[in-house]
Design a protein around this ligand. Structure first.
Ligand code: F3S
Length: 63
């Protein structure tokens, strides 16, 4: 799975980085960024949780 953050939608709430720091980190501009090419299997559930928790649905996970 690949994760993507839509920078135009992200409002910098940082929930994703708290829920799944192995995949999401806050950039200096307080927009979330994806720090891995592929979501590691061990944290897939966390990444899905982060995606569904994002208040503006800025995160997409694709196969
Ligand atoms: Fe942005 Fe959503 Fe994460 S608003 S900081 S992508 S939880």
């Amino acid at each position: 799975m690949k994760a993507q953050v839509d920078r135009d939608l992200c409002i910098g709430c940082s929930l994703c980085a708290e829920i799944c720091p192995a995949v999401f980190q806050m950039g200096g501009d307080m927009i979330a960024k994806v720090i891995v090419d592929e979501v590691p299997r061990e944290v897939l559930a966390q990444a899905e949780d982060a995606a569904s928790s994002c208040p503006v649905n800025a995160i997409t996970l694709t196969a």
